[in-house]
Design a protein around this ligand. Structure first.
Ligand code: SAH
Ligand code: SF4
Ligand code: F3S
Length: 473
């Protein structure tokens, strides 16, 4: 599509797609002999979860309702992730499992979309080895789902629409959201950072931001519909606004959203440390609805390895940010992503990651062993440390984080914290689960009618992964 990447998909194109979707309603009903059911399965990150909610919105325009049962589904769509090799292996395993289903129900439509499909080797494999997959499209083309399905039905042929451009911004697609309390909202798409290990810039295209007025409009609707915890999504929210006609930045966006009336919380991810400024930290401190939790992925604690990763910050710069945030934001907490065993990382350098963990004291971590991704710089670097050795380092990291995480929980015992009740808990019957503003999971006995409300909880004990307490005034 010949759109400028900072330009929205023209409104008439979006309307055309909607009209195609509506026209498909009776055709699909006829094909399946009943109101059709779709199963949308999401792999990967929250960005994919948010995309799937929009895909469901488009499918709903075609008359689909939704099911979790592959046997009942008339259409199955996998929204895939390419971040690590095991993510891809998992998806191919799941696609393999659909063969029998399709054989038993030939009218079934099977589609694959999302990050994996933007890689030529994946498309080749789907073309050759998975003939029952009927339509394939990348995340750039998601808004074109109605016309893709239409061609699939018209021509009775397989349809592939992948990697045609750098990406654009499609507005006005309704979302069918998973949850009634927490909402995900993309504020930007793509990534321009090219961290040397990462496939995202190749599969998600160039960084592009939604216009602030579009975000504000959607955000206000979410608040009016009763959402209490809204997470703004982007691969690097700290560079929000670059390339927009009217220059703005993430701090200004947070200020605008914070000013929307109502009792709700604003979260955001991911914050790239290289673009995290003091101004942003001051804004988080000042905006009472913006949570005092920062997901600030460090990846590793060695400045040499950070340079090789192309992260554009060093250990000292990162620690300065953490210390500044600690000074300005009361009770601030941090979480992070860590990669163990980047090519050429030594055991001593890995120890620098452990010492950084001890300094920052994250409440929790997302930890990964390096996985070479085709086409990235790091995949071509010499990687002498064995998988077995990396596994040992990984376990050492987890053991240390268990200790550190637990230490972060203890000071809360005896305190009363404000928690948004989100769902049923894990610790037993009649137990609810929610989170504090600082993103600590909290479990407590309570009636399901409290879900969606803020409650005060007096903390009595702590587990590794949650605070446990009782309702209090
Ligand atoms: N944009 C976010 C990260 C999104 S990907 C950021 O820069 O912080 C989520 C995480 O997956 C990354 O932070 C990184 O820790 C991990 N990851 C990405 N590529 C990886 C790879 N090739 N091997 C192992 N972990 C990887
Ligand atoms: Fe990947 Fe780096 Fe972009 Fe994050 S910032 S998505 S790790 S390239
Ligand atoms: Fe995976 Fe794509 Fe997210 S590669 S982590 S689903 S942006």
């Amino acid at each position: 599509m010949p759109f400028n990447i900072h330009q929205e998909v023209p409104q008439h194109v979006m309307e055309e797609q909607k009209a195609i979707a509506q026209a498909l309603q009776s055709r699909l009903k006829k094909r399946f002999g009943h109101n059709p059911l779709a199963l949308v399965h999401t792999f990967g990150c929250q960005q994919n979860v948010a995309d799937s909610e929009k895909l469901k919105g488009i499918l709903a325009q075609m008359g689909f309702s939704f099911t979790d049962s592959p046997e009942k589904a008339d259409l199955i769509l996998f929204n895939t992730c390419a971040i690590r090799e095991n993510a891809e292996t998992k998806v191919f395993g799941n696609i393999g499992n659909l063969k029998q289903l399709k054989a038993a129900k030939p009218s079934m439509l099977i589609g694959i979309c999302g990050c994996m499909t933007e890689q030529p080797h994946v498309v080749e494999k789907l073309k050759k080895s998975y003939p029952y997959v009927g339509f394939v499209f990348g995340s750039h083309s998601a808004y074109l789902l109605p016309s893709l399905l239409q061609s699939c039905l018209d021509e009775g042929k397989r349809v592939f629409r992948v990697a045609p451009d750098d990406g654009c911004v499609a507005e006005g697609v309704p979302a069918v959201r998973e949850d009634g309390v927490k909402a995900w909202m993309s504020i930007m798409y793509g990534c321009d950072n090219f961290c040397s290990y990462c496939v995202v810039p190749y599969v998600r295209g160039r960084e592009r931001s939604r216009r602030p007025e579009r975000i504000l409009e959607e955000f206000k609707k979410l608040v009016q519909s009763g959402y209490k915890d809204i997470t703004l999504l982007g691969q690097n929210v700290n560079s929000y606004g670059k390339g927009l006609e009217e220059p703005t930045d993430f701090s200004s966006l947070l200020e605008q959203l914070n000013a929307v009336p109502g009792d709700f919380r604003i979260r955001f991810m991911t914050s790239h440390p290289k673009d995290c400024t003091h101004r942003l930290i001051d804004t988080i401190a000042r905006c009472e609805k913006v949570c005092n939790h920062i997901h600030l992925p460090v990846q590793c604690g060695s400045s040499r390895v950070l340079k090789e990763m192309n992260r554009h910050y060093d250990r000292e710069g990162y620690l300065d940010l953490v210390n500044y945030a600690r000074e300005k934001i009361p009770d601030v907490t941090f979480t992070s992503d860590i990669i163990v065993g980047f090519p050429g990382e030594t055991y001593d350098e890995f120890q620098e990651t452990l010492s950084l963990l001890r300094e920052v004291k994250y409440i929790s971590l997302y930890t990964f062993i390096f996985s070479p991704r085709p086409g990235t710089k790091a995949a071509a670097m010499p990687d002498p440390v064995s998988g077995e050795e990396k596994g040992k380092w990984f376990r050492e990291l987890l053991a240390l984080q268990d200790e550190i995480g637990m230490e972060q929980m203890h000071p809360y015992i005896g305190r009363t914290v404000r928690v948004l009740a989100e769902d049923f808990g894990r610790t037993g019957e009649g137990i609810l689960q929610g989170r504090t503003e600082s993103n600590l999971i909290t479990e407590f006995p309570g009636s399901p009618s409290l879900v969606g409300q803020f409650v005060n909880i007096k903390i009595q004990s702590a587990k590794k992964w949650a605070l446990l307490g009782q309702l209090s005034q």
